[in-house]
Write a protein that binds this ligand. Sequence first.
Ligand code: CS2
Length: 462
Amino acid sequence: MLAALPPAVQRPGFDRGALKPGIVHLGLGAFMRAHLAVYTDDALDAGAGPAWGISGVSLRQCDTRDALAPQQGLYTLALRDGDGERLRVIGSVLEALVAPEDPNVVAERIAHADTRIVSLTVTEKAYASQAPGSATATVVQGLALRHVRGLGPVTLLSLDNLPANGRVLSRGVLALAERLGGAALHDWIAAGCTFPCSMVDRIVPRTTDADRDRIGAALGAHDAWPVVAEPYIDWVLEDCFAAGRPDWPGVRCVATQGDVAAWERLKLRMVNGAHSALVYLGVVAGWATVDVAIGQPAMQRFIAALLRDEVEPTLTGLAVPPDFRTRLLQRFANPALAHRCAQIAMDGSQKIPQRLLATVRDRLAAGASIEQLAMALAGWLHFLRGHDEAGESYAVDDPLAAALQAQWRQAQALASATARAEHLTRFAPVFGDLAGEPRLVAALAPRLQSLSERGVVATLGA
Ligand code: CS2
C-alpha cells in the first residue's frame, strides 16, 4: 500500500527486502519506534547498507507484534506540534518477536551471525532484575549461545533514562553471565562485547485510539499501531561498538563515558527532573496532561525557577545550551501531544533518585538551597495519598507502591509536620543516605503540610 499513500507521507527509500536484522532490540515500545528505529531508518535512507535492519522483541506482551506483523513491521510516525502533524512510514523494523512465546527464538536471534548490536529500552526498573525472562537474562542467554558457537562479540546498547546506562547494563550482564556460565562466559563478554553509554531524548506519549483514527484517515489506510512524538529528537552516544554500527545521521558521537555523563546529567536533571516535578502535582491538581499543567502560571514559574536556580548550577562539564530551558518549557507546552501526567508518574521510586535526588545531593554538598527541589519531592510524596483534589482515587503505579504507601500512612499517624517529613525520607530504596537529612526534612515539612492543607495551587503560589 506504500505507493498509494498521499504524496506528503514520507516513506522508506531503501530496499526493505534486502535488509538483514543487524540490530536486535529488546523493548519494542513507542519510545524505541520513535527514536532508534527512526535514526536507523534515516541511516538506511542515507545508504547504510543491508546489514542494519531491526529485529524487535517484546519481553512481555504480544500486542505490538499482533499489530505490526500483518503490516510487515511498517508503522507510521506522527510528529506533532501546534503547527500540525507530519507523517512518515518507518521501514527499519523487519520483524517483531514475543519473548515469552518462545525465549529460544530470541536467544537464537541474538546468536545469529548477522546480529551486531543488541539494544534495549526496557525502563528503569528492568535493570534490577536477573530473573529468567528478564532483559538481562535474555541478553545473557543469547551471548552464551554466541560464545559456545564461536561467534563474534556484539555491542550491548542501553537506551534507557539511567545515569551511566551502559555501565549499569554491563554490571548486570557480567554478574549473571558469571553465575550462569562461569568465568569463561564472563571473560569472553568482558573481553569482546562493549556497553556504550548513551543519552536519548524525545517525548513520546502513549498512542491513543484517537491517534489511530486520525492517522488512518490521513493515510487513507489503517495503521494498527502508529506512534506519536514531538519533532525534537536527540541522541548522544559513547562511540565504542564491538562489531560496527550504522552511520546514524544526527547522532552526537563522543569518545568517553565521561563525555556522555555530562549530557546525561543535563537530560535526566532538566528534562526528566522537570517532568517528575510537574506530573505528581498535576495528577493531584487534576491537570491531566503536561501542556495543561505547564499552562498554569504558578506551575510555569515553579518549573522555570527549579531549572534555573537549582538544577542548572549543578550541570558541570558541559556548556548548557543557552536556550535549553526555554526550549524545554516550549516542548512541555506542545498542545498536540496530550502527554498524560499519569503516564510519566509511573515508577516514581525508580526515577526520583537520578532525576531529583542526585541534584539534591550536589546542592547540599555545595551548601546551596533546595527549596524548589523539595517542592518537587513533596509533590511526589503527597501524590502517594492516592486521590486527587476532586476526591477521585487513582492507583500508584510503581513496583514499590505497597511499601511506599505503607510508609506514607505511617507518616500520617505522626504528630508534627517535621516528624512526618523525616519518616518519609527514611524510605531507604529511594532516599538512601539522605534519610533524615535535616536540611531536606526542614525543606519538605512545610511544603507537605501546605499541600495537604491548602492544595497544589496555593502551595505553588506561595
Ligand atoms: C518521561 C520520559 O515517562 C517519563 O518518565 O519523563 O519518558 C521523557 O518523556 C523522555 O525521557 C524524554 O526524552
